[in-house]
Every structure is written in structure tokens, then in C-alpha cells.
Design a protein around this ligand. Structure first.
Ligand SMILES: C[S@@+](CC[C@H](N)C(=O)[O-])C[C@H]1O[C@@H](n2cnc3c(N)ncnc32)[C@H](O)[C@@H]1O
Length: 278
């Protein structure tokens, strides 16, 4: 393939991924991109990355391959109790305040994990809220997890994690909220208990969509460690849409490295990576 066509395909691919997912693929990361796409390059029998792009753009494979490409290009790293201070603020401040505000009735909290990956963020939230209920706080809650990656959503719905993945969960909570797999195929794994799984729903959602099919009175949105992959325009647009789904006084929680990105007239900084709708 000649150099000019190759560059044109490269550029078209980066623009396509940016338009469809918001994710920026700088040219200097081409090696990483190629290595992540290797399974698809092999699956379609292409001779290499260039051959694969030619199949996508010139031989009509694009729409079939795109979901698989997105699954491979997203960075899905997540952990239980990641950036744990956020969960402290949730149970020590946000929940008691909601309970006081709704008194004498128990409030129903709506929480959204807006780039949920394989579910650790949503289930950590479920665990800490279940613990707050055990400690006597009267409220109910529903958690929504959304992500662009179908592969991650499938894992999140299964709610089966390795011992290593569950290691940040304190032993007492692991004992209470997970069931150890007995079948040989599940050795070394544990599944979250049904009481937690019932509180969490997972749904496919692309943050680049103009509108989101989500309630507009959400109490807390976790939007952590995803804005970093987007350019400034997409970051602002996503934040504006998120704000429109928060109830007045609702909270937006971003990753510790993302707090500079939240610059919206309706959002007031509560603490470094937590913002509140005015
Ligand atoms: C690094 S993980 C962060 C997971 C979790 N929020 C955390 O902080 O541990 C980023 C997630 O964002 C998702 N993502 C990337 N672009 C997206 C988009 N346009 N719409 C929805 N999810 C997206 C990826 O699939 C990935 O699972």
C-alpha cells in the first residue's frame, strides 16, 4: 500500500474513533493501537494493521467490526474502592444529608456510575451503601452503571471477580457480600451476592451521544477516569450533559486527575474532585 493511502487510512481511523467514542488516538500511540487490535487483525485474516484498515474502509467491514474495535481500544482499568475518599464522602456526608432532607420519610438515592467498566465502581458503591443501611441509616438506593464496552458490561452483569480483583475489599465485607465459586471452572473467583446485584443495573451508553436515556434527578454521578481520554470540547459537552441529569444539589465526582476539567457555571467545587450542582 502506498504511503499516502496508508496515512489517509490512519487519519480516517483516528477521526472515526474520536467521533464515535471521544477517545483520542495520537499518532505516537500507533504501536499500542496496533497491538490492541491484533486479535481482530488475525480474525479477519488481514496481513497487518494497514491491511485491516483497508478491509474496514474499502471492503465494507467497518460497521461489523466497530463494536469489537471499541472494546479493544478502550482502557478499562478499574478497582474496587478506587480513590476511596469518594466513598467516604458518600456515606459520611451525602447519605446523611439526604436522610435529613427527606425526613421523616426515607429518601431513595439514585447513583450513576457513568463509565462503569467491569462494575467495580458501581458495586463498591452498593457495598458502602448496604453498610450504611446496616449501620441504621434509613434510605433506599438504585445504582445505574453504563459503559461503551459491551465486553465490560457483560462482565459487570456477571459480577464474578478474581481474588486479586477483590483484594481491596476489606475481608469482613468480602465475607458478607461475596460468594466463593465452588465449581472447578470458578476456582479462585467469587461472585457478588444477589442482594447487591439486584440494586445495580447495567446499560450500554456512549457518552458521545447527544442525549442520554437516564433520569434527570440523579443524586450522585461518578464520572471517573474517562474524561482524560477525551479532547477539551468533548469533555465540556459530556460534563454539560451530566449536569443536566443531576438534581439540584446533586454531586458530580470525577477522577482525582480530572478535577481541572470541570468548569461549569452550575457546578461548585465541594472538594478537589467532587462538585455540587447549584
Ligand atoms: C479507565 S475506565 C474507568 C472505570 C471507572 N470509572 C474507574 O474509575 O475505575 C474508563 C471506562 O470508560 C469507558 N469509556 C470510554 N469512552 C467511553 C464513551 N464514549 N462512552 C462511555 N464509556 C466510555 C471505557 O470503556 C472504560 O470502561
Amino acid at each position: 500500500m502506498n504511503q499516502v493511502l496508508r496515512q489517509a487510512h490512519d487519519q480516517r481511523f483516528s477521526e472515526l474513533i474520536r467521533n464515535r467514542t471521544g477517545i483520542q488516538l495520537p499518532v505516537h500511540r500507533r504501536q499500542m493501537i496496533e497491538s490492541r487490535l491484533r486479535p481482530r487483525i488475525a480474525a479477519v485474516g488481514a496481513s497487518g494493521f494497514e491491511g485491516y484498515l483497508a478491509q474496514l474502509f474499502d471492503h465494507g467491514l467497518l460497521e461489523d467490526e466497530l463494536p469489537l474495535v471499541i472494546d479493544l481500544l478502550t482502557t478499562n482499568k478499574t478497582d474496587f474502592f478506587r480513590e476511596a475518599t469518594h466513598f467516604d464522602v458518600l456515606v459520611q456526608e451525602i447519605v446523611p444529608e439526604a436522610v435529613r432532607r427527606a425526613a421523616p420519610h426515607p429518601p431513595r438515592l439514585k447513583i450513576w456510575s457513568a463509565a462503569s467498566s467491569e462494575g467495580a465502581e458501581a458495586y463498591t458503591t452498593a457495598i458502602v451503601l448496604a453498610e450504611a443501611q446496616r449501620a441504621g441509616q434509613r434510605f433506599s438506593y438504585a445504582i445505574l452503571g453504563t459503559d461503551i464496552s459491551q465486553r465490560m458490561l457483560d462482565r459487570a452483569r456477571r459480577a464474578i471477580y478474581s481474588a486479586e480483583q477483590l483484594s481491596p475489599v476489606p475481608a469482613e465485607l468480602r465475607a458478607r457480600y461475596t460468594m466463593v465459586g465452588r465449581a472447578p471452572a470458578h476456582a479462585g473467583t467469587a461472585r457478588l451476592v444477589p442482594e447487591l446485584r439486584d440494586r445495580v443495573q447495567f446499560m450500554h451508553l456512549n457518552l458521545m451521544d447527544r442525549t442520554y436515556p437516564v433520569d434527570r434527578d440523579v443524586d450522585v454521578i461518578f464520572l471517573r477516569n474517562v474524561l482524560i481520554y477525551f479532547g477539551p470540547e468533548d469533555q465540556s459537552a459530556v460534563i454539560a450533559r451530566m449536569v443536566s441529569h443531576l438534581r439540584p444539589n446533586g454531586y458530580l465526582i470525577v477522577g482525582h486527575s480530572e478535577s481541572m476539567v470541570v468548569n461549569h457555571p452550575q457546578m461548585k467545587q465541594h472538594s478537589p474532585s467532587i462538585f455540587r450542582k447549584t
